[in-house]
Design a protein around this ligand. Structure first.
Ligand code: NAP
Length: 313
């Protein structure tokens, strides 16, 4: 079974893939172009693709040999699922493996944004620290504050647990469907959640419905001291509107792990002090990347063996 692995993976996962499949690895550790995607779909039995690979609708219009896209990652917004299915491919992902690590990065960003951690470190490294002072770099207190989670799925709930049980935060959430939760949390319509939260965390998938879910109108509903944290996908936020809100001080700050046109980060965002910028670190630990790889491998094995795919979408 010929498998194209589109990016370098951890040593443990590459060893398994080489032992069990006729696996080939792309040499460039960058997203597949459309031309590469078309070629790969015509050449291999299965692909192990990931974030940014150009598996949009046009990729599926040529000759197709592949029958499976075993995606590495839970987010599949780089794959046109309808086009893939119409072309006879199954698509799987790696839910669950990413949850805790991504929730940890949401809390990292929330704390860094609230406590001005990036700004303080930049100041210190630039030699600008003159010593402790009672009114120096005062940030926002986190304990006991109100958290609004948008997208109360696996990651949203993991963030809610950390915030409630770890920081005594009062949690509200905006969701499409009713939830049975093991953390106290109040459902609210999105406008109410935006208006009432001290911190807003985005944990929805990127879909046509969530594109620019947070734009100028939604940012205007947020309190002037409130912080927006995005660990979902960049295009869930209208980045230009966010930059305008941050420049004007209409919200207290933002913590971002993802960007609308990543890896491009607008210079206007980089120039701002009231935003914390991480390079899409949500799942970036060896253990989690191993766990994601093992889930993708299980899907490849099931496909090879003709058994039900564990994580079919
Ligand atoms: P999940 O369990 O499917 O949760 C997503 C939640 O979003 C679901 O509860 C869903 O509601 C909700 N939702 C979807 N559309 C919505 C809308 N229009 N309005 C309100 N809520 C909506 O997925 P997950 O595992 O938590 O992952 C969420 C996303 O995080 C992924 O799709 C991925 O893009 C992103 N992610 C980022 C990183 C990173 O490195 N930064 C890492 C992992 C994942 P229902 O329950 O009603 O379906």
């Amino acid at each position: 079974m010929r498998v194209l692995v589109t990016r370098a993976l951890t040593p443990r996962i590459e060893t398994i893939l080489r032992a069990e499949f006729a696996a080939e690895f792309r040499e460039r550790d960058a997203p597949m172009t459309l031309a590469e995607a078309r070629d790969a779909l015509a050449t291999y039995d299965a692909l192990l693709p990931t974030l940014g690979d150009a598996l949009r609708a046009e990729a599926f219009t040529g000759p197709i040999r592949a029958k499976l896209l075993a995606n590495f990652g839970v987010g599949v917004n780089h794959i046109d699922l309808a086009a893939a299915k119409a072309a006879g491919l199954a698509v799987t992902n790696t839910p669950g493996a990413v949850t805790d690590a991504t929730a940890d990065i949401a809390m990292t960003l929330l704390l860094m944004s609230a406590r001005r951690a990036s700004e303080g470190e930049r100041m210190l490294r630039a030699g600008g620290w003159t010593g402790w002072a009672p009114t120096q770099m005062l940030g926002a207190h986190v304990t006991g504050k109100r958290l609004g989670v948008i997208g109360m799925g696996r990651i949203g709930q993991a963030v809610a647990k950390r915030a409630h049980f770890g920081f005594g935060m009062q949690v509200a959430y905006a969701s499409r469907s009713p939830k049975t939760l093991d953390v106290p949390a109040t459902p609210l319509p999105l406008p109410d959640l935006l208006a009432q939260s001290d911190f807003v965390v985005l944990a929805v998938p990127a879909t046509p419905e969530t594109h620019h879910l947070i734009g100028a109108a939604e940012l205007a509903l947020m309190a002037p001291h409130a912080h927006l944290i995005n660990v979902a996908r960049g295009d869930v936020v209208d980045e230009a509107a966010l930059i305008a809100a941050l420049q004007a001080g209409r919200i207290g700050g933002a913590g971002l792990d993802v960007y609308e046109h990543e890896p491009h980060v607008p210079p206007a965002l980089i120039a701002l002090e009231n935003v914390t910028l991480l390079p899409h670190l949500g799942t970036a630990t060896e253990e989690v990347r191993d766990a994601m790889g093992l889930m993708a491998v299980e899907n490849l094995r099931a496909f090879r063996d003709g058994t039900p795919l564990p994580n079919a979408l």
